[in-house]
Design a protein around this ligand. Structure first.
Ligand code: F3S
Length: 424
């Protein structure tokens, strides 16, 4: 344990001069920082918080706090009072979400009232960067959830650790966080080199990127990685699907791609001039093995299609609309699209939303992965198609394998929603 140097203001927070909520928050942060070797607190530029915040903790830590001390936004969320909008008639006794998200609409509203009082932006998305909250290179950002951190670190050059809800809430009320882990430059360098070999990256779909990321996370564990051999500049959507499974099959929170990651113009800079501690090859066999782990269904029938883990970009909605144009979903197949409201508003202006809704698709600001309400609140275990390796991983584990996954590209999933049978 280290002892943390606190500023006069931070000492006052710890002494209770700003009330009991702030005192509790600073106590938690100093203890947490001491355990993880922090020498000081640093100011936080933004917090993105899950609404799945224990009620007592939320009440206590915000006691006496009028406003959040930094820019704050809310994660993807399921509002239990709006179940009918996603085609669910009622919540039955005994049903629950694997993530523990509340199914009590009164509790949900109570929590929202506290977040509103503190000035949170009601973004309800796991992709805050798509609704205007874009971290700058070097910013300290606190994100709950599991994919925002790797995207913030690797694509925006911001500094983010994996964060628990209590410590993130403590940063909301203090505006501070202990300087640990990836907030320190020396901890951000790559350790493992992942060399792509013999892969036809030109022919990759979104699902290839996801399966590759799933493999990489599984072999890299908790280490920072750098990828070499990605001989084209993937789209932003492909990069998100590549990176978002890495913290799920493993615990990777920093993925360097030379020339793309802001602090890594070259591979040498990604490693800070040091040699990799390990090199891993990723070729056709590794990709195929990862794909087979994700695709757990052995039939071609489908009940449910989940797209938007992480929440969709406008380009993904455009692609969905182009496939659905003039068509209808197969009877008994639901299509749930996780997306933030501002992106839906843009899709309305582009005419995409109309096409998708007429075909039977549903937009929701909820999580379509481990808190997917169609999976957890529906009547039967489902066969679900998705283009998200992250959603596939979480749902198989959250349902103890009862929900079977058809894993493939966005195009394959949407065409499957039309035919009712897996077209991959
Ligand atoms: Fe978003 Fe849920 Fe996936 S919060 S990133 S849809 S796991």
């Amino acid at each position: 344990m280290t002892s943390i140097r606190l500023t006069d203001e931070e000492k006052k927070m710890l002494n209770g001069d700003f009330g009991s909520g702030v005192q509790q928050a600073m106590t938690l942060l100093t203890r947490f920082g001491a355990v993880f070797g922090a020498e000081r607190m640093v100011p936080v530029d933004a917090v993105h918080l899950s609404t799945q915040c224990p009620r007592n903790l939320l009440r206590k830590m915000t006691e006496g706090v009028d406003t959040a001390k930094t820019l704050c936004s809310l994660h993807a969320a399921f509002d239990p009072s709006r179940i009918k909008e996603i085609g669910i008639s009622e919540i039955k006794t005994g049903q629950f979400m694997a993530t523990g998200a509340t199914l009590d609409s009164k509790v949900f509203q109570e929590q929202l009232e506290i977040f509103s009082r503190l000035g949170f932006l009601k973004t309800f998305t796991c992709a805050p960067y798509l609704v205007g909250i874009i971290p700058k290179h070097g910013d300290v950002v606190i994100l709950t959830g599991s994919s925002g951190q790797i995207i913030s670190n690797s694509l925006f050059g911001a500094r983010a650790n994996r964060e628990a809800v209590p410590s993130a809430l403590a940063s909301v009320v203090t505006g501070k966080t202990p300087e640990t882990g990836l907030l320190k430059k020396k901890n951000r360098y790559a350790k493992i080199l992942v060399e792509l070999e013999g892969l036809n990256i030109e022919g990759f779909t979104d699902a290839h990127y996801g399966a590759l990321g799933y493999f990489i996370g599984g072999v890299a564990g908790l280490e920072n990685i750098a990828i070499s051999g990605l001989n084209r500049r993937p789209s932003f959507e492909s990069l998100r699907l590549l990176m978002s499974p890495m913290p799920v099959s493993g615990g990777v929170t920093m993925c360097h791609i030379a020339g793309l990651t802001p602090e890594s113009p070259t591979l040498e800079q990604a490693f800070g001039g040091a040699k990799p501690i390990q090199s891993v090859k990723a070729g056709k066999k590794e990709l195929q093995d990862a794909w087979e782990q994700l695709h757990t269904a052995d039939s071609r029938e489908v009940d449910h299609v989940a797209i938007g883990c992480p929440h969709c970009t406008i380009f993904e909605l455009g692609e969905i609309a182009s496939i659905l144009d003039g068509k209808k979903l197969s009877e008994n197949v639901s299509l749930l699209i996780g997306v933030g409201k501002p992106v839906v508003t843009l899709a309305e202006q582009m005419g995409y939303a109309d096409i998708i809704i007429k075909a039977g698709g549903i937009f929701s600001p909820c999580c379509v992965g481990p808190s997917n309400p169609r999976v957890y609140l529906g009547d039967t275990p489902l066969i679900m198609a998705t283009n998200s390796a992250k959603a596939a991983h979480y749902i198989v584990r959250g349902t103890e394998g009862k929900t079977k996954i058809l894993y493939g590209s966005l195009r394959t999933c949407i065409e499957t929603a039309i035919t009712g049978k897996w077209v991959g």
